[in-house]
Design a protein around this ligand. Structure first.
Ligand code: PEP
Ligand code: MG
Length: 325
């Protein structure tokens, strides 16, 4: 099997019937790009920029950030790079940013909530990103968006920073897509309205599952409730994908589920456009996709969405479908 994977590094990501999908990888630092390229990913679907902040003893400067973003964009040679603005808070602490002690950090002051309040920090990051945008194909996304107002506010700051740079005579790419992570159920439910304003969605299942099931993703005690294949989660995902497509936008996924071999057949059937995962899962996912027939996966997804009542039933449906390929 491993030998087969090695032959797929430069192969297109397509199903047996010739449908193509974008297979991307997640990174935390510029040096991770090596693995992305070695495994033949077609882009970076999630660059978790918080590591820039976490690996530092003080706020990274605009120039420091610019160098990191430029390095990733250049190394990817024109392939898309989705950079997520910093997602500090929750489980990710920052020693030099005195965050208040909270009863429920995962439901507290984090990610875009910090960026929209500490706008200097946010603007510095956006300036660095926009300056780097001419070195490759940049896409920007905001984490932990719950309301349309948050997206509008973040986008307005982005536009302000862009106008400032242009006024300074700095060159900025004119093809930058701006999207959101869909990882809060409220945003998933309202996806049809978000889709009119964003350029793309990237579904963050790691958080979407924990918030939908009210089960902390790090608490062993309730891990039995952390169910990626629960039909409720699948329906939310399907709703997000359909909402994007209705407005001519694309929908990706950058949570662990995107590289999960049981989930991939379902996601292919649901029409997910982009799959972003750890680099080590890219080749086995490409190999799996090449054995799938889209029409069969649509039938499978329909059953999982409309007939299955439990996660176990969904897994049984997938196992049955995979046993025939
Ligand atoms: C997610 O929530 O699915 C995600 C990709 O973000 P993170 O794991 O960094 O919270
Ligand atoms: Mg998340």
């Amino acid at each position: 099997l491993k030998a087969e994977w090695a032959t797929l590094v430069d192969a297109p990501t397509e199903t047996k019937d010739g449908q193509t999908f974008e297979l991307a990888a997640n990174i935390g630092t510029p040096k991770d790009v090596e693995g992305v390229i070695a495994n033949g990913a077609e882009g970076v679907g999630l660059y978790r920029t918080e590591f820039l902040y976490m690996d530092s003893t003080d706020f990274p400067t605009e120039d420091e950030q610019f160098e990191s973003y430029k390095a990733v964009l250049e190394a990817m040679e024109g392939k898309p790079v989705v950079v997520r603005t910093m997602d500090i808070g929750g489980d990710k602490e920052l020693p030099y940013l005195a965050l208040p002690e909270e009863m429920n950090p995962f439901l507290g002051y984090r990610a875009i909530r910090i960026s929209l309040e500490q706008t200097d920090m946010f603007k510095t990051q956006l300036r660095a990103l926009l300056r780097a945008s001419v070195h490759g194909l940049l896409r920007i996304m905001f984490p932990m968006i719950a309301t349309i107002q948050e997206f509008r506010d973040a986008k307005a700051i982005y536009e302000e920073v862009k106008a400032e740079l242009i006024a300074e005579g700095v060159e900025v790419a004119d093809n930058i897509e701006v999207g959101i992570m869909v990882e809060i159920p409220a945003a998933a439910v309202l996806a049809d309205q978000f889709a009119k304003e964003v350029d793309f969605f990237s579904i963050g299942t790691n958080d979407l599952i924990q918030y939908s099931m009210a089960a902390d993703r790090m608490n062993e005690r309730v891990s039995y409730l952390y169910q990626p294949y629960n039909p409720s989660i699948l329906r939310l995902i399907k709703h997000v994908i359909d909402a994007a497509h209705k407005e001519g936008k694309w929908a990706g996924m950058c949570g662990e589920m995107a590289g999960d071999q049981t989930a991939v057949p379902l996601l292919v059937g649901m029409g997910l456009d982009e799959f972003s995962m750890s680099a080590s899962s890219v080749l086995k996912t490409r190999s799996l996709m090449r054995r799938l027939d889209t029409a069969d996966m649509q039938t499978l997804a329909d059953k999982a969405l409309n007939e299955a009542t439990t996660a176990e039933e969904v897994v049984a449906l997938v196992d049955e479908a995979l046993s025939k390929i």
